[in-house]
Design a protein. Sequence first.
Length: 296
Amino acid sequence: MTHLIDNFILHLATERGLSARYQVTVRIVLEKFAVWLQIKGKPEVRTVGTIDLTDFLAQRKRDGLAASSVRLELVALRIFFRWLNARRHREGDPAEPILAPRVDKRLPDTMNEPDVKRLIESVNGQTPLDRRDRAILELFYAAGLRLSELTNARLENLDTEEGFIRVTGKGNKTRLAPVGKAALVALQVYLDHARPVLVKARTESWIFISRRGGQLSIERVQELLKERAAQAGMDPARIHPHLLRHSFATHLLSHGADLRVIQEMLGHADIATTQIYTHVDDRRLKAVHKQFHPRG
């Protein structure tokens, strides 16, 4: 079987042009499977059946492998046995009937509305950095921006009169994100009274700039959110920019916003990505039902 694995990896490299990292990943899976077969006394791939594959994957799961990783190992086995069958190293494909294990969707963590308000309103100082950070928090929550979208936001793409900001998201796709009244007020205060103080000779048109006048880095924005969370008496380990994005979507949904509208505002290419927030809201609804219904 070692010889067949070597030939298959060569096929992945030369005929399919797959990356070296992927080749290594597949080889590890196949070599583990070969060892497992040897222990079971079935070293010949011609004798491997569907039950052998399912037993191997079940053992991998018992060993503590996550369902998502088991799915990846099944993919490696599928393409290997499909190749064996095509090259007539065996008859039939024992991996074809196997269904991939279901991967449990991990629901995104969110903040409740009072906690979001507490975090944002705790930044109430009058220094340039206070006003900048307040505007950052307000914009994250008001527009549901990704971290990179916020750090790359430029003045020419902000329309304070109409209440929109144009951002560039994943796949270099641009979209218009609405900005609420509270965020517009914080942005205007920052732009009028704080940003001019931070501007230096070579400052570009980034909306949010550092104390040295340069573009704020992703790492610095992550740090300042944790610093502000600690000052607000919250757990800084839990607070991060994407938490505000998740909270933005969940709160919109809980107040009756249409899922398609939320999809557009988040910049999701597929509605299935946005649908996870319906599960978050279902969880909230169940908690409310259990708390307040007389027979909940």
